[in-house]
Design a binder for this molecule. Structure first.
Ligand SMILES: Cc1cc2nc3c(=O)[nH]c(=O)nc-3n(C[C@H](O)[C@H](O)[C@H](O)COP(=O)(O)O)c2cc1C
Length: 195
């Protein structure tokens, strides 16, 4: 099983990154191969809303998204972590999300009706980690992630919602949070093996 962590924070070693790492450690302990990608290391252009379909690939742009498309095609599960930025996901994660608009398509059925389908064949399970300081309500971020999941063929099976991340002991140093992330990463793999 191949589990990929996507880190939406530009701050390596900080709250989001630490929690994603813990979840990946839990997944590895269950026998998964794991990989971590920092979205801020990939050069991802904003979606141009061109509505063009290139002869090969998903998007007319050729940039850091090639790496993400490879993951969406091949991974069995994802750990997606983002800090709360203005109550939702980070810009780094949103750039990636917008570039997945080309993964969904509307198809005509034999009866002339239309339906939606994703061009990504593999269904993936995902753990979503949202790290906020003063914000308390993750609903905006969760709504974005669920909409994206339809295009990218990703189901959010678990969430770890962290609030007050920078108050007192920072989230990345709280043993109970790190343990919870580890357990959820392990669960992602254990449940997959039961399917
Ligand atoms: C541009 C920006 C916007 C932010 N917006 C929010 C916000 O709306 N709500 C909140 O609770 N924290 C907000 N924060 C704080 C971060 O979510 C918080 O510091 C988090 O712990 C950062 O995660 P990291 O350590 O993984 O980078 C914002 C930080 C930045 C840089």
């Amino acid at each position: 099983m191949w589990v990929v962590g996507l880190v939406g924070s530009p701050r390596k070693g900080m709250n989001t990154d630490s929690l994603v790492s813990q979840a990946l450690s839990g997944a590895r302990a269950q026998g998964a191969e794991v990989e971590k990608i920092y979205l801020s290391d990939l050069s991802i252009r904003p979606c141009g809303a061109c509505e063009k379909r290139p002869p090969t690939g998903y998007c007319v742009f050729r940039d850091g998204m090639e790496e993400v498309y490879r993951v969406l095609e091949g991974a069995d599960a994802l750990v997606i972590g983002t800090p709360a930025y203005y109550g939702t996901v980070s810009g780094q994660l949103k750039l990636m999300i917008d570039r997945c608009n080309c993964l969904g398509e509307v198809v005509k059925g034999p009866d002339g009706g239309v339906s939606f389908r994703t061009r990504i064949a593999k269904r993936k399970r995902a753990l979503f980690i949202w790290v906020a300081d003063s914000s308390r309500d993750p609903s905006c971020a969760l709504h974005v992630m669920r909409l994206w999941g339809k295009d990218a063929n990703v189901e959010l099976v678990d969430t770890l919602i962290v609030t007050g991340a920078d108050r007192g002991t920072p989230a990345r140093k709280r043993p109970e949070l790190l343990k919870r992330a580890y357990e959820l990463g392990a669960k992602l793999v254990a449940e997959f093996q039961e399917l």
